[in-house]
Design a protein. Structure first.
Length: 210
């Protein structure tokens, strides 16, 4: 079953100290009823380490190892989907949106390049405080892959080709364009393996139009 009940802000994998220990998905961000069979159980499901979930929001709850950060997640394997909470210590996030990131609502005047790809990815490169940043939104999956990620700029003075690179915990995103010309997005795993290479359409922005 595909979850359609809210905006996904990240993809994560649940983790535990060993394969024998399952991760608890809880109804609320509280450590009560640690047995799924207890009368006052707060546990919706127990899943194996490595299970992938979608993250809906970041919140606070009972402290675990000094941290009160919890994430509301969707576990899609069962029917129906399970929506509950996991502590930050039991999830690895691949692409998270932080409300304080500069990438959430950059002004149009700061946009250097903005375009979509032929598969529906939405990319924006912008400047803030003298630094360049990149946003990448995977519209088909409704997942923000980059939000305000620091982008490194390179320019070939001979060809006028401009390159921006940014990354998250899994992938490197490379945008290449010529002002008023072609634009492309390439995504590779951190070890260099190609994930996607896409053509940009409808580019706009201060640097593209220069």
């Amino acid at each position: 079953m595909t979850f359609t009940g809210g905006k996904v802000i990240a993809i994560g994998k649940l983790k535990s100290p060993s394969a024998a220990i399952k991760v608890k998905i809880r109804q609320t961000p509280k450590r009560v009823g640690d047995s799924i069979n207890s009368p006052n159980s707060n546990i919706l499901a127990e899943v194996v380490s490595g299970t992938q979930v979608k993250v809906l929001e970041k919140g606070t709850g009972d402290a675990v190892s000094g941290s009160t950060t919890w994430y509301k997640v969707v576990y899609e394997a069962p029917q129906p989907d399970i929506v509950g909470w996991v502590h930050s210590s039991v999830i690895d996030l691949s692409s998270v949106v932080n409300p304080t990131d500069p990438g959430n609502n950059p002004p149009e005047k700061d946009t250097l390049l903005r375009f979509k790809t032929n598969t529906g990815m939405e990319v924006r490169i912008f400047t803030k405080g003298g630094q360049s940043y990149m946003n990448v939104f995977n519209k088909p999956k409704n997942v923000t892959e980059l939000s305000g990620a620091l982008a490194v700029r390179e320019r070939d003075t001979t060809t006028r080709r401009i390159t921006y690179r940014a990354n998250n915990k899994q992938y490197t995103y490379t945008v290449v364009f010529i002002p008023s010309g072609d634009v492309s997005l390439t995504i590779r795993e951190l070890d260099g393996d190609l994930v996607a290479s896409e053509r940009g359409v409808g580019p706009t922005g201060n640097e593209w139009a220069a």
